[in-house]
Ligand binder design. Structure first.
Ligand SMILES: Nc1ccn([C@@H]2O[C@H](COP(=O)(O)OP(=O)(O)OP(=O)(O)O)[C@@H](O)[C@H]2O)c(=O)n1
Length: 405
């Protein structure tokens, strides 16, 4: 078969020529066997981090406490990690001291799942001590050794297991399922950032429907922040995630499907970035507006075509809109957008300053209001986007404001 990870061959060669063992391990071997794109290449070696640093020109000690050194070459980064066992490795470098480095076997034994506990040597031979290849063939997720032990070492592994089930469309072994159920509570000790990463990937996987069923069956879902009372998701009421095109669309559909209304609080608890939070909030607001009405020129103008189409996809994923009607809804959105006389505030012939110079009011919130009212009237074709027209429109606007106050 030969060694498929050509770009990283120099790392193995350099380590081996200095008397060390070196293998490609983990996700790269798994994804290679699955025919999936390879993202990161991780190398496991018997060399100490200090040896790794001395053997390569450009290195960064990214996780020295875990024995990981990043080797940089031709714009790529390779993670080289000293074999570790649960007790780590002994880095006591006294001249008379023989440093203890675990074996490859010990290193593979402490990994999470059999499909991730595979190694490949420089000749392209696969080292498979726990039946990882057979599990790949049978499309199942099994832990290396006792599930309870692997989970106790790092409870995030439960989320990883279900995320792999989603991404690879694999099933979860029965013992693993039971162990997840028994250990679900431990998820509360895991940082929300790590949970969020796994959950976001789980929602994006092809097998998301089954993964969600697992999340509920194992009770793990109810141990996640703000999902204590998340409400049951079955095969029948799972959103049609395949219609959705971004993490934000998937999160919006997920939150609606499990009955979470307070997106603000959820975003805070899950420490979402500002971008994700604002997108999900915008989409949720649009859905409320859209589920009652057809798109109008004004609604498309204020939403923008991207969000308008995204909102329709979420509606289709939730079954409110028929999937077959999506294409015509998209065309409708495009049509309405093209019919708008302006496409953003910057196209108005007046600015806030102009209103100020015409106005008898002091600056205040009215400025934002007047601009929005103007955009609305122009987009709906009620007035033209011309300075003199807007000036007389503004006179009337001021009069109605005064009457109202
Ligand atoms: N909680 C964890 C995380 C990782 N690993 C091991 O470390 C390897 C690398 O982890 P990572 O890069 O996070 O994931 P990958 O398995 O490479 O998968 P992906 O790239 O799809 O995230 C895994 O294959 C697995 O052997 C583990 O045992 N337990």
């Amino acid at each position: 078969m030969g060694f498929p990870f050509k770009n990283s061959a120099f790392i193995l060669d350099q380590l081996i020529s200095h008397g060390f063992e070196a293998y490609v391990v983990g996700g790269a071997v798994r994804d290679y066997l699955l025919g999936r794109p390879i993202h990161d290449i991780d190398v496991a070696t018997s060399a100490h981090p200090a040896d790794v640093v001395s053997l390569f020109k450009r290195t960064i000690p990214i996780g020295i406490e875990h024995g990981t050194v990043a080797v940089l070459s031709h714009g790529s980064t390779y993670e080289v990690t000293t074999f570790r066992s649960e007790t780590g490795y002994d880095d006591f470098r006294h001249p008379n001291h023989v440093a203890f480095v675990p074996s490859l076997e010990q290193d593979l034994m402490r990994r999470d799942f059999t499909i991730n506990a595979l190694a490949m040597d420089r000749a392209g031979i696969i080292i498979d001590l726990f039946g990882g290849q057979s599990d790949i063939k049978k499309q199942r997720i099994r832990t290396v050794g006792k599930a309870e032990e692997r989970i106790s070492e790092d409870p995030l592994r439960m989320m990883r297991g279900m995320r792999f089930a989603s991404e690879l469309c694999f099933t979860l072994g029965q013992t693993e399922c039971e162990a997840f159920h028994q250990k679900a509570e431990l998820l509360k000790n895991i940082s929300v950032e790590r949970i969020n990463q796994e959950m976001t990937r789980l929602l994006a996987g092809k097998g998301v429907a089954n993964a969600l069923i697992l999340l509920f069956k194992t009770g793990c879902i109810h141990k996640l922040p703000m999902l204590e009372h998340a409400g049951p998701v079955t095969n029948a009421n799972t959103p049609r995630y395949w219609i959705l095109q971004s993490d934000e669309e998937r999160w919006t559909a997920f939150l609606i499907s499990v009955g979470i209304d307070d997106v603000h609080a959820f975003a805070k608890a899950w420490k979402w970035s500002k971008n994700v939070r604002q997108s999900v909030l915008r989409l949720t607001a649009l859905l409320k507006q859209r589920s009652k009405n057809e798109w109008t020129r004004e609604a498309v103008y204020f939403a923008g075509t991207n969000d308008a189409k995204a909102a329709d996809r979420v509606l289709a994923a939730l079954g409110t809109l028929h999937e077959n009607d999506l294409a015509s809804c998209e065309r409708q959105v495009e049509f309405l957008w093209n019919a708008c006389p302006i496409h953003s505030r910057s196209e108005l012939t007046v600015t806030g300053n102009q209103f100020m110079s015409w106005s008898e009011f002091k600056p205040g919130p009215w400025l934002a209001e007047v601009i929005q009212d103007l955009e609305r009237d122009i987009v709906n074709g009620r007035i033209e986007n011309k300075l003199e027209v807007i000036r007389s429109w503004f006179k009337k606007w001021q009069i109605t404001q005064k009457k109202q106050s």
